[in-house]
Design a protein around this ligand. Sequence first.
Ligand code: BG6
Length: 529
Amino acid sequence: MAEDPDQSSRRLPSEGRVAHPVALAIFGATGDLTRRKLVPALFSMAGRGLLPDRFAVVGFARRPWDDATFRSEMEAALAEFAPGADAEAVRAFCANLHYVRGDLGQPEDFRALGARLEAVAPGQGRVFYLATAPDLFTPIVEGLASAGLVRPPFEEPWSRVVIEKPFGHDLASARDLSAAVGRHLAESQIYRIDHYLGKETVQNLLSFRFANLIFEPLFNHRYVDHVQITAAEAVGMESGRGAYYDRAGALRDMVQNHLLQLLCFAAMEPPASLDPDAIRNEKVKVLQSVAPWTPETIRRHTVRAQYTGGSVDGRPAPGFREEDRVGPASTTETYVALRLMVNTWRWAGVPFFLRTGKRLARAVTEVAVQFRVPPLQLFETVACEGDVCDLTQAEPNRLVFRIQPDPSIRLTFSAKRPSLQMVVESVGMRFSYQETWDRHLPEAYERLLLDVMRGDATLFTRSDEVEAAWSIADPVLREWSAGRPPMAYYSAGAWGPREADALLAAPHRTWHNPSATRPMSVTGPGAGL
Ligand code: BG6
């Protein structure tokens, strides 16, 4: 067969395109995020040939470090967070790391940063990464602007600013922050990070829905009973996180950003293209369509809870108030469950249940779409443990997107159980990332850093999106601060408080807990099948 002369031009590099020459300045270079996430992600990208030949990192922070200290600290970080990495590769990578000691209140320190960037990466595009406490975001952007380090879009060298979460503490502070940074930067230069959007499996929600025809026609109120979005964590307040978390709480920490982003991907309409704004426009529409809260719906459709002592994975775990750097009388929620309605033509009447919490039974993030049961129940349904079966209620079909761990997509349906009786049992089909593609799934931060360097804002949140998300969270926070509904409690290691079960209470609706075991009792005529 003749070779296709165009074949090579149609071939996509398997890892995607390499970024343009760039210098990355990290504010908060001595902090945890830099060690745990940013430097390991950059190192991994370097190893996979994704960084441009001309690339440099300049760390900026108050500690009296120099280049040598920064390099040896980051070598130690890589030993911890990229275990087994080749020592030579680590040294070569760290040789591109530089450090400027600086104080945010000192204009000359910003000028020193500018001079260093010019020395190590002359004329290259610049990414300023704000990995600091949120109250420093505005002073940093102002300092960059006064030192002439951020230029208007389309001026060379280009400059972009990455802002970590939390973007504001509530709607008013998010608006203030947008206005403050917007005085110096165009929206196209601001990259607000939500690391959930960098997860392969979150992006796959979009591809699964819009690259296939068979499920999308069912994604609407005619076929879907409800959707559950769960981000359960087994961790508590390790590594001194209590200080931040006790001020934030689960609603601000996880729901306002990560869970609402998952909601957007699950509920949005197909975008007209993969253009960043085409996608973000559709996401904003979802957030704006969420039914406004009333005091009554907040009381009935939100649950806030805090963990008390218990055990996770067989190990004793303290209650939240006993955790390191948490107030002994803290009233911060460590668990949230919400029932939201998305008032669009497609989703009218379909509840979306969102829940997240610390110190839950296991760490798992899933989006589960539960379909309606067939209009007529022709068959008896059994649930079996080996050969021991119980008669049970008909199991609805469920499509479950497992984001982490063991990323997969599972479809459950009823099939005739082999026996002399006409009974059905719920069975499943499963697609697993690991079994299908035996390769490294890029870490969220790798994908997001690469996108900033390439100038692709698709996976970053726009200001109107952030504000729409705060508009959902704000009224809830206000009612909660007035004690409505009251705080519920759950033991560390449980799946949450009892009050959360009442949110779903309806036939065929229970929380889909991945570790739930099947009934063990031997009762009913189905037994022994
Ligand atoms: C962060 C939150 O944004 O996300 C943490 O601040 C949370 O509290 C973390 O633990 C969860 O991220 P992941 O990627 O582990 O699901």
